[in-house]
Design a protein around this ligand. Structure first.
Ligand code: ADE
Length: 240
């Protein structure tokens, strides 16, 4: 099914995360598939396909699957805002994923929930980002917010907006996570199945604590813009 020119796929969950990219791209065509607009065109000198797939693991996986099925995508970048998990990350810092994990995937027994990779499978439950793409994303992020505001590490995904300091500590202790969000690991799992390299670039809109709602409301648009700027710098780098 994959047709046409080779492209970089760019996927986001929300409208503010795709806004800057679409405003700067030269869009040649838009295909509406499964309720999602897939825009093909050129951005920062690269052929791209850009889509906003919706919030959460189900919609983002569906969007990734459609994108990889319908377009000739050689690398997929997922980008958007996230909650900062580590003590060192602050609002508007950038996190480049090294690996993604679904923190809400596992087993529920008498004693409660236990994280686990899929049963009856050799999967580890950890999805490793492409090292070369992650390096490019790192360099681009440093160019946007500086090295002291750029981090690398595990990103934990689940179908919950996290606004709890104790849960943040759990994500830190269990997975060594530096950011939490609602899509990355789902997209990563689809990319892994398709054998397509991927990167996840996240800008911290909040600290996933008691002030998370207020913070994402106030800082979400700016954080989302930073994601767009990083992606465009990265595309510039890929052009060379
Ligand atoms: N995206 C941005 N902030 C988030 C949070 N605190 N939890 C989950 N997803 C997020």
């Amino acid at each position: 099914m994959k047709n046409g020119e080779e492209r970089v796929g760019i996927l986001t969950a929300m409208e503010n995360e795709v806004r800057l990219l679409l405003s700067k791209a030269e869009i040649e065509r838009t295909d509406r598939i499964g309720g999602v607009n897939f825009h093909t065109g050129t951005l920062s000198g690269r052929k791209v396909v850009i889509a906003q797939a919706g919030i959460g693991k189900a919609l983002s996986a569906a969007g990734a699957s459609t994108m990889l099925n319908q377009y000739n995508v050689k690398a997929l970048i997922f980008t958007g805002v996230a909650g900062g998990v580590g003590d060192e990350t602050r609002v508007l810092d950038l996190v480049i994923g090294t690996e993604l994990v679904q923190y809400d995937y596992g087993i529920r027994n008498q004693d409660g929930f236990h994280w686990s990779p899929p049963l009856f499978s050799s999967d580890t439950g950890h999805f490793i980002c492409d090292a070369e793409l992650a390096d490019m994303a790192w360099n681009a992020a440093v160019g946007v917010v500086g090295p002291e505001h750029t981090f690398r590490g595990v990103i934990a995904s689940g179908d919950q907006f996290v606004a709890s300091e104790s849960f943040v500590r759990e994500l830190r202790d269990t997975f060594g996570a530096v950011a939490c969000e609602m899509e990355g690991a789902a997209v990563a799992s689809v990319c892994e199945q398709y054998g397509v390299p991927f990167a996840v670039i996240r800008s911290m809109s909040d600290k996933a604590d008691g002030k998370a709602h207020e913070s994402i409301e106030n800082m979400g648009d700016l954080a989302a813009d930073h994601c767009g700027r990083v992606v465009m710098r990265m595309l510039e780098e890929m052009k060379k």
